[in-house]
Design a binder for this molecule. Structure first.
Ligand code: CAA
Length: 252
């Protein structure tokens, strides 16, 4: 992977273009290790994940898996690093060009927002390999598009165009390929300028909406709302409104 920080955006680029950024275990560990570092750094407000070459990522590395056996995988606990991805508190925006297949699609779906180039192709071809998604694909796709549609894609193993992905709510935006990075970073900068604690607690509350009952979710939201009144940014935001000036947020 390649890693950089610019304008308060932490940027991770998948960088195995010769194998369409096939994700081996070392790469997943590297990604999540950098995400963890970004999550703790004061100079990073938003994380952007992109792929180099003609794919975002064409799946888990088949060469690494081909000779694996069930017990070895269980003992390796190989999805532990994927699970760590769900613990990231800062916004993660994925920008997908070309293929996002199998584990690559799952990695894309683990981002909070997805921007896609018009040439993006999403899919779960695992069925053609005699397996199935293992890093959240069946769960995340079903939550996005419902059971019947998800099954159609998962059973057929066919690729979904960027347009279809937009239609099903899988991606936020469809963008001309040459503008993908620019537009993604533009949006990332917009979020990076917001009060960071609000951004963080909104993410936390929205994630609960998937697992909590409405009443539980409302309670959770309320506590986060109250919590923000302990922040300097709440004092500053409301004072600036009353004084008719632009607020200066500190992320505290
Ligand atoms: N693992 C390992 N290598 C891969 C790969 C993968 N997932 N995807 C592509 N590559 C390699 C190819 O083997 C090829 O390498 P060589 O040049 O050394 O032969 C190189 O990347 C370029 O790929 P192609 O020549 O195949 O390119 P193409 O344009 O003809 O086809 C493609 C593109 C349709 C995406 C095709 O590469 C493909 O079908 N890839 C595999 C997709 C797949 O099955 N993904 C699911 C993996 S399983 C999984 O992800 C499990 C999970 O849930 C965690």
């Amino acid at each position: 992977i390649e890693v950089s920080i610019e304008d308060r955006i932490g940027h991770v680029t998948l960088n195995r273009p010769k194998v369409l950024n096939a994700l081996n275990r070392g790469m997943i560990r590297e990604i999540v290790t950098v995400f963890d570092e970004f999550d703790l750094r004061d100079d990073v407000k938003v994380i952007v994940l992109t792929g180099k070459g003609r794919a975002f990522a064409a799946g888990a590395d088949i060469d690494e898996m081909a000779d694996d056996d069930a017990i070895r995988m269980e003992l390796l606990n190989q999805f532990k690093d994927w699970d760590r991805m769900n613990q990231i508190k800062k916004p993660v925006i994925g920008a997908v060009q070309g293929f996002a297949l199998g584990g690559g699609f799952e990695l894309a779906l683990s981002c909070d927002l997805l921007f896609a180039a018009e040439d993006a192709k999403f899919g779960f071809p695992e069925i053609n390999l005699g397996v199935m998604p293992g890093a959240g694909g069946t769960q995340r796709l079903t939550r996005l598009m419902g059971k019947t549609k998800a099954l159609e894609w998962l059973w057929s193993g066919e690729m979904m165009s960027g347009k279809e992905a937009l239609h099903y709510g899988v991606v936020n935006r469809l963008i001309a390929p040459e503008l993908l990075l620019e537009e993604t970073f533009q949006f990332a900068r917009k979020v990076a300028a917001k009060p960071a604690l609000s951004v963080r607690l909104i993410k936390e509350a929205v994630e609960k909406a998937e697992d909590y009952t409405l009443a539980e979710g409302m309670q959770f939201e309320r506590k986060n709302f109250y919590l923000l009144f302990a922040s300097e940014d709440q004092k500053e935001g409301m004072k600036a409104f009353q004084e008719k000036r632009k607020p200066s947020f500190k992320g505290r």
